[in-house]
Design a protein around this ligand. Structure first.
Ligand SMILES: O=C[C@H](O)[C@@H](O)CC(=O)C(=O)O
Ligand SMILES: [Zn+2]
Length: 270
């Protein structure tokens, strides 16, 4: 498991493209036949990809966690970013349609994956909450944006204060309409949470130009399908694609108040 240290905004001026990509972009989470994990010290979020081939894959507990099993002190969100799939938690199997979500609570001992592939996001957990599946309908889809802004999109909230319960994880999926390019515009920061975006449903030859950094000191990352960007609390996170796409957004930190964000007017951005 790769471990990444936390960063500070004063490291951004002078940063090279390569440095930015090594710190903030996860390029290879999805490898056939593997569960790949990445530990970020930003709110101790672990992200990963599970891409089973002919045999099911099992969630292991890498040494940096120093735990008997992965979810001993953690909770987990799983999103199917591929075709139909099944996630089994301690002997109970949950079928997940494309873009659907499973929450696995703390102290779940055995998690296995078939089909998918699946994107994984985990945060430390102080309590044991029930494992639960969330379908697209459960998420009470909200339409946002419009044609004028090239940002017609539907946001599905799965794990949040009024949905599937968790200790700190907040997670959902946003799906852009064909012909819509922009996500999260106008953009924001949230001083009390780290957020990670995993872009998916993007055709192989296409890219998302993701903007990050302080509002008045932005940089871009050119992101391919099934790559993730870590946004520390001080960083904006928004982007536009060369085609429409979907993304999983997931947060961990001080609170779960989705609306607790600092809005950034486009005129403040540099
Ligand atoms: O803090 C919240 C997140 O950045 C996302 O929910 C934004 C998003 O999905 C969108 O505007 O499309
Ligand atoms: Zn956000």
């Amino acid at each position: 498991m790769e471990v990444r240290h936390a960063t500070a905004p004063d490291q951004i001026p002078g940063a090279t493209t390569d440095w930015l990509r090594r710190r903030f972009l996860a390029e290879r989470l999805f490898v056939p036949g593997e569960v790949r994990l990445l530990y970020s010290h930003e709110d101790r979020i672990v992200i990963g990809g599970a891409q089973p081939e002919d045999t099911p894959l099992r969630l292991h507990s890498p040494d940096p966690l120093r735990s008997d099993y992965f979810l001993q002190r953690r909770e987990l969100g799983v999103v199917n970013v591929g075709e139909a799939g099944t996630v089994t938690v301690d002997g109970v199997s949950y079928g997940l349609a494309p873009r659907e979500c499973l929450y696995a609570g703390r102290e779940s001992r055995e998690v296995t994956f078939e089909g998918g592939p699946f994107y994984l996001v985990s945060t430390p957990a102080h309590a044991t909450l029930p494992t639960a599946r969330a379908t697209l309908e459960d998420a009470e889809p909200v339409r946002l944006g419009g044609r004028d802004g090239s940002n017609e999109r539907t946001i599905y909230k799965y794990i949040h204060a009024k949905g599937v319960q968790s200790c700190q994880l907040v997670l959902g999926v946003t799906v852009l309409e064909p012909g819509s390019m922009w996500n999260t515009m106008p953009c924001h920061t949230h001083e009390r949470r780290t957020e990670v975006y995993l872009y998916f449903d993007l055709p192989p030859g296409e890219r998302v130009i993701h903007l990050m950094g302080r509002p008045d000191e932005t940089r871009n990352l050119v992101v391919a399908d099934r790559q993730a960007v870590i946004s520390p609390s001080w960083s904006v996170h928004c982007g536009f694609g060369t085609r429409s796409y979907s993304f999983v957004w997931a947060m961990g930190g001080e609170n779960q108040a989705f609306e607790d964000m600092e809005q950034v007017a486009i005129g403040e951005m540099r």
